[in-house]
Design a protein around this ligand. Sequence first.
Ligand code: HEM
Length: 474
Amino acid sequence: MGSPAHTQRSDTPDVYTALSTYDKPAIRRYQKHTRMADLSHLPGTWGVPFLGHLFWLLKDVHGWMDRQYQQYGPVFRARTPRLDSVFLLGPEANQLVFQNEQGIFSNFLAWDQVFATLFDNNLLERDFADHKANRRILQSAFKRPAIEGHMQLMNPMLRDGIFSWQTGRTIKAMDHVKTLLLNTGARVFLGTEAAHESDTLNRAFTSVVAATADPFKRKEIWFSPYARGLKGRQILNDYMTDNIPRRRNQPGHDLLSQFCHLRDDAGELFSDEEIRDHIVFVLFAAHDTTTSALSAILYTLATNQAWQDELRAEMHELNKDELEFDDVPRLKKTGLTLKEALRMYPALPVMPRYTLEEFEFKGHRIPANAIVTVSSLFTHYMPEYWTDPRTFDPYRFSPERAEEKQDFFQYIPFGGGAHKCLGMHFSEVQSKMFLFHLLKNFRVSKDPAMTRYRYNNVPLTFPTDGLPLRFDRL
Ligand code: HEM
C-alpha cells in the first residue's frame, strides 16, 4: 500500500497534543471551534432530504454498501441526520485506518459521536500516547492467570444458566443469551454476589447501552433514552464508588478487583475514577458484542445439524465436566465455527474514525475533519478473498485453506492495529465454554420455515426476531 499523500494539516495542530495527553477541555474546545469538512466532491449522493441514507444504513447496510461499491468504487460519501461520512472499503482501507501510521485518524473524535458522555474516559476513545499508556496497563488483566480466574467463576454460571432454559419448545434465544451474559458479567467483571444487586446493575447497564442509540442525546428530555441512560450510569458509578475501596484491600478473581491492583511502569495504581470508567466500558465492550456473536453461532449450528454433531463429538472427546484453560485451543472445530460466524455476521459491521489531516486515497482527496468509515462486513464478503462468501464454510479457516491469510486486513471482526479488541481471547474462552456446556447437553434446532438469519446491523449485528430456536435435552 502506498502511503497517503499529505497536502494540508488541520489549522489547529495542537489537537494532536490534546488527544495524546487526553486533555479533554482542549479537545472539547477543538470540537466546538471546528467545522466538519464538506464531502460533496466525493463520489456518491446525499440520499433523500433530511434522512440521507439512514433508512438503508438501518435496514440493510450490507446491500447498500454493495450497491454503492458497484456504482462508485471503494470510496463514497454517506449522510445521516447527524453526520456525513466517507466510506473507505477493502483491506487496503482497513490497513490505512487501523495502522494509522501517520497519526491521521482519531478515535476520540469519531466514537464520541456515539458514546457522548455515557462511557466517559473509555479506552476505545483514547488516542496515541495516552491510549498506549492505558492499554499497556489494562492488558495485564487479560492474560492467562486472570482468564483462568474468570473461568472458575464462569463455568458453573454458564452451565446452570443454560440448564434453566426451557426445553422442547421454541424460545427467543437471543434474549436468553443476553440475560445469561449479563448475569455472568455482573459476577465475573464486577464480582457481585447477590442476585438483587446484579438485577439493579443489569437494569442500569441496559439503560446506558440503549442510550448510545438515541439519535438526539438531549438530557433535558427527561423521558428520552439518553436521560434514562445518564441515570443508569449514575447507579453504576455509585456502585463502583462504594466497592472500589473494598476491592483495593482484597484480591479477587473478578475483573474489577484485578483493575484495582494494576500498576503502570512507575508503580502507580489507577485512581478510583479511572477504574470505574474503564470497567464500565469493558462491561459494555464485552456484552453486546458477545451476545451478537453467540446469536450468530447458534443460528449457524441450528442450520447445520451435522456440523453441530461434529462439535459435540469434539467436546465429548475432552472427557470433562468443566472446560479448563488448556482445553480451549483443543476445541478446533469450535474455533473454526466462531471464526466463520464472525466472518458472516461481524458484531461491529462498520467502524468510524475522524481525520485530523487531509490525505489522498485511491485518487480521492479525503479532507481533514471528516468521519471515515471502514467495514468488516463488506470486506468479509469480497469474492476476491473468499470462496463462495455467502456459504457457511468453517473449513475456509483451516490451516490447509487459510483463506483469511491472503491479506492481513481482509478479516477484521476484532478490528486491527492499536485498538484491536482487548477482549478477543476472553471472548473465545467464554464462547467456547458456553458451547461446551450447551452442546454436550442439548441439541439446538430451528423451524424449517426459518430460512435465513434475520438481523439488523445497527448499532450492532442482532437478530431482529429475537432468534426463535428450540433446545432439546440429549
Ligand atoms: C465476539 C466478541 C467481540 C467482538 C466481535 C469485539 C469486537 C471489537 C472491535 C471490532 C473492537 C475495535 C473497535 C474499533 O477499532 O473501532 C473492539 C475493541 C475493544 N474490545 Fe472487543 N469485541 C468482543 C468482545 C470483547 C470482550 C469480551 C471484551 C472484554 C472483556 C472486549 C473489550 C474491548 C475493548 C476494551 C476494546 C477497546 C480496545 C482499544 O481501544 O484499545 N471486547 N472489540
